[in-house]
Design a protein around this ligand. Structure first.
Ligand code: ZN
Ligand code: ZN
Length: 386
């Protein structure tokens, strides 16, 4: 019988590691995998090892001299000019040994995820090692070296000629992926994120809509800082349904950054686990409605690796494999193991059961109204195209 889903994973994903104090921490992959295993939702039969992407595959999006620079960076061979030209060796994206190999494996993970689905072995596949949406054609940015999402979409276009809907729910704008397909009418990108007024990378305004033939196939919803669950879900769900109906994709690629939660230290959105339960359910529904089930989900941001990311990411897998989120208490063994290392108290339940302890947002109504206005602006665009 055909399996529902594939979980792409290798311990080598953890080699994508800048340094001990850097917020990007791939230990969250291990935490997520063990949470699923101890909930009996993930077995060895679900696991698929990633391959390393070849230079030629990485060059589907990146310039060859950028790839060469990433390789040389590991050996301390970049001049200061090259470092600034290629965005390497910055505070956000420092150089580390083996960075080319580690990055190429994350890309290979996303290509493996594509092959699993498009060779019809599974309907859905998950590469939580990927989702590095800030990588540009010849520049590293925002913790991202190679943009696996953009490469995977180019790979789908080249080898399978399918029309791709890319949906980015990371709290930051999916700028690198948007840039890759800005003039391409066969790839529709939609990013919901905290407004770039105060947050990296600053782009992702609602009026960024694509250029040339790709005009009208880029969508952005830059919601207000301190947005909470209800408003997030209201505008997100309305927008994604309308965009899917407008574009009618053959396949959906989602970037599932988990940094919009109240606990996340890098952003100002104030959501709870509720959005991370609903987001995969919606992706799943749309994949079956429009794409014969074809859905590839990637990881992304997420900097509260103890309280937020494992639960959020595990729910994607739960939906992929079992068509439902998990609820109730988390496995004791998992909590006890990781509580020894965690500096914060690890939650006991899949849901956030302490929402009343979340910060009170006095501007709640104003924020919701602003977000609704943005939604209306975006919805107008889906009418005017075609
Ligand atoms: Zn992010
Ligand atoms: Zn399904």
């Amino acid at each position: 019988m055909k399996k529902n889903a594939a979980f792409i994973f290798s311990n080598k994903f953890l080699n994508y590691h800048f340094h001990e104090k850097h917020p990007f921490n791939q230990k969250r992959l291990q935490l997520t995998k063990e949470l699923l295993e101890q909930s009996n939702a993930l077995t060895s039969e679900d696991l698929v090892l990633p391959r390393e992407a070849s230079d030629k595959e990485i060059a589907l999006f990146h310039d060859e001299d950028y790839i060469e620079a990433v390789k040389r960076a590991s050996f301390g061979q970049l001049s200061d000019d090259e470092k600034s030209e290629f965005g390497l060796g910055t505070e956000d994206t420092p150089i580390f040994e083996g960075m080319h190999e580690a990055s190429a494996l994350l890309v290979g993970g996303s290509l493996t995820a594509v092959d699993e689905v498009l060779n019809r072995r599974v309907n859905h596949s998950l590469n939580l090692g990927g989702g590095l949406h800030h990588g540009f054609k010849r520049k590293a940015s925002g913790f991202c070296i190679y943009n696996d999402g953009a490469i995977a979409i180019r790979y789908i276009r080249k080898n399978y000629n399918l029309r791709v809907l890319y949906v980015d729910t990371d709290a930051h704008h999916g700028d690198g992926v948007q840039s890759a397909f800005y003039d391409d009418p066969d790839v529709c990108t939609f990013s919901i994120h905290e407004t770039g007024r105060y947050l990296f990378p600053g782009t992702g305004n609602v009026d960024e809509r694509g250029i040339k033939k790709g005009f009208g196939y880029t969508f952005n919803l830059p919601i207000d800082a301190f947005t909470q669950d209800e408003s997030f879900l209201e505008v997100y769900e309305a927008a994604i349904r309308k965009i899917a109906k407008f574009f009618k994709p053959d396949i959906i690629v989602t970037q599932n950054g988990a940094d919009a939660h109240t606990y996340d230290p890098l952003t100002h959105l104030c959501t709870s686990m509720k959005i991370y339960e609903r987001i995969p359910e919606i992706s799943h529904e749309l994949a079956h409605e429009y794409c014969g089930g074809r859905w590839i989900a990637l990881g992304g941001g997420g900097y509260d690796i103890w309280r937020v990311v494992p639960r959020a990411w595990a729910q994607i897998w739960n939906v992929m494999k079992m068509d439902t989120i998990n609820t109730g208490p988390l496995p004791r063994t998992w909590i006890e193991k990781w509580q020894r290392e965690s500096t914060v108290s690890i939650p006991n339940h899949w849901h956030d059961t302490n929402i009343e302890a979340f910060p009170y947002i006095p501007r709640k109504l104003e924020i919701s109204e602003k977000n609704s206005k943005l939604l209306n602006q975006l919805l107008k665009y889906t009418f005017h195209v075609q």
